[in-house]
Design a protein around this ligand. Structure first.
Ligand code: 5AD
Ligand code: SF4
Length: 453
């Protein structure tokens, strides 16, 4: 039925969500999805059919913003075809650019920052789509920061993956010199412990056996009911839950209490993502990371001594302002010492509003690119070496999906977060746990055979 007003009918309305950036954005998208579905809307993966198009954006590096702008620009024709369609830009870039977004892209109806998602719901179901040139000034931008907004009382929709990602804290109190996150995500705030436990229990009741706890500095989690180590111990007692992961912890908050809890909780996986950023003490100081190279190596040693077969992954930035050849060599030498299972490697991208932004870059784009390539080349050697070390090992795999290469095979992950391909077998489905022996490495993927099949 067509209607003269352009109120979206929640009963028949459909939303489309495109998400850029990290798992925290994925979680927020799922949380907004559940908010809209509670009103009766349904999700569509076909933007042509959507009444509301939402783009959840990332600001971490310049490239992420460019990609989001391109995607939003490409949505203009939906509005042309169906003027009642509403387009909302949300997330970190919404917070970062605010008014600039609808100024550049007139077809955007709303810009909503990470602390204003509760407003999004009422905006979508409000009387009329804001229009420019209608005579009255219509508010499009909702980016007030709220240091207390934790979205208590909301749970994210489960998106069909075998692992539920659950945000346990929001914001960041660090001020790493290169990082835009504290500007756009605000100060650190931890969710109520019991509400996290309730969300985990809910996921388990829906058939999920693995959770990944999310936070910008997830291990600085703290409430009156306990710190991060206490939360892990509490989740260890949730019946039916089999695997607990978390990301990303900050080395500054990695202490013996946490390492002991990880070692003593059988459900906490033997995998940790511990962002390094640089192996040079002078760069770490300039980045305001609050630890030294020596302390980082000490944490790794303590972790490896406490947790057998631990996989360690990291984030590395090369080409930060003032990084000398020696500083860069220090990063490579730390990599050789630790031998990370995998790294997410980034070339420094200056972000306006961050402490380092005013400092002139000291490397040419080619010089930065060359370092980025060297770091990737070294990591590739270590990645292969760490995968080879898995050969012959007995591993429990959680089946995630059909293999993308061959639909007759399955892809799952070990407790140490390595991808393994296994053949099809009776009774195997998404979400199954299977015991395997690792038999082969092909490129960056392991293959396994079933044990006790
Ligand atoms: N340039 C390059 N990489 C960055 N990161 C954060 N800010 C920047 C930046 N300005 C990286 C860090 C962080 C990861 C999420 O993104 O390595 O851990
Ligand atoms: Fe950014 Fe540093 Fe906070 Fe991580 S800890 S989000 S790198 S400011």
């Amino acid at each position: 039925m067509s209607s003269k007003t352009n109120i979206i009918d929640p009963k028949t309305g459909k939303y489309f969500l495109a998400t850029f950036g990290c798992q925290m954005n994925e979680y927020d998208s799922n949380m907004i999805g559940s908010m809209l579905e509670n009103r009766g809307m349904s999700m569509t993966e076909n933007a042509d059919q959507a009444d509301v198009l939402i783009v959840n954006t990332c600001s971490i590096r310049g490239g992420a913003e460019d990609r989001a702008y391109a995607r939003i620009a490409s949505m203009k024709h939906y509005k042309k075809m169906r003027p009642e369609v509403r387009i909302a830009v949300i997330g970190c870039m919404a917070q970062n650019h605010g008014e600039k977004i609808p100024t550049a892209l007139e077809h955007v109806d709303y810009v909503v920052g990470p602390d204003n998602y509760r407003d999004l719901e009422s905006l979508i179901f409000s009387e009329s789509t804001p229009r420019q040139g209608s005579g009255t000034e219509v508010r499009k931008v909702w980016t007030e920061q709220n240091d207390f907004e934790n979205y208590e009382g909301l749970m994210a929709r489960l998106d069909g993956s075998v692992s539920a990602h659950i945000t346990i804290m929001r914001g960041c109190n660090k001020q790493c010199a290169y990082c835009i996150v504290p500007n756009v995500r605000g100060v650190e705030r931890s969710r109520d412990l019991e509400s996290i436990v309730a969300e985990v229990r809910h996921a388990v009741s829906e058939g999920i056996h693995e959770v990944c706890l999310l936070g910008q500095t997830v291990n600085s989690y703290r409430t009156e009911a306990g710190n991060f180590a206490a939360l892990l111990r509490k989740l260890e007692t949730v019946d039916g839950l089999r695997r607990i992961r978390f990301m990303s912890p900050h080395p500054r908050h990695f202490d013996t209490e946490l390492i002991t809890a990880m070692a003593e909780c059988s459900k906490v996986c033997n995998q940790v993502h511990l962002p390094l950023q640089s192996g040079s003490n002078s760069m770490l100081k300039k980045m305001r990371r609050q630890y030294t190279r020596e302390r980082y190596i000490e944490i790794v040693s303590e972790l490896r001594a406490a947790i057998p077969n631990l996989a360690i992954t990291t984030d590395i930035i090369s080409g930060f302002v003032g990084e000398t050849e020696q500083d860069f060599e220090d990063t490579l030498s730390l990599m050789r010492e630790v031998r990370f299972d995998y790294s997410f490697m980034f070339s420094y991208s200056p972000r306006e509003g961050t402490p380092a932004f005013s400092e002139p870059e000291t490397l040419s784009p080619q010089g930065k690119q060359a370092r980025h390539e060297r770091v990737m080349e070294l990591q590739m050697q270590h990645t292969e070496e760490r995968l080879d070390a898995m050969l012959g090992r007995r591993e429990e795999i959680l089946i995630e999906d059909r293999s993308s290469r061959d639909a007759n095979e399955w892809m799952g992950k070990t407790r140490c977060f390595k991808k393994v391909i296994v053949p099809h077998a009776p009774g195997i489905a998404k979400g199954s746990f299977v015991e395997t022996r690792i038999t082969e490495r092909r490129g960056l993927v392991l293959r396994g055979e079933y044990l006790n099949a």
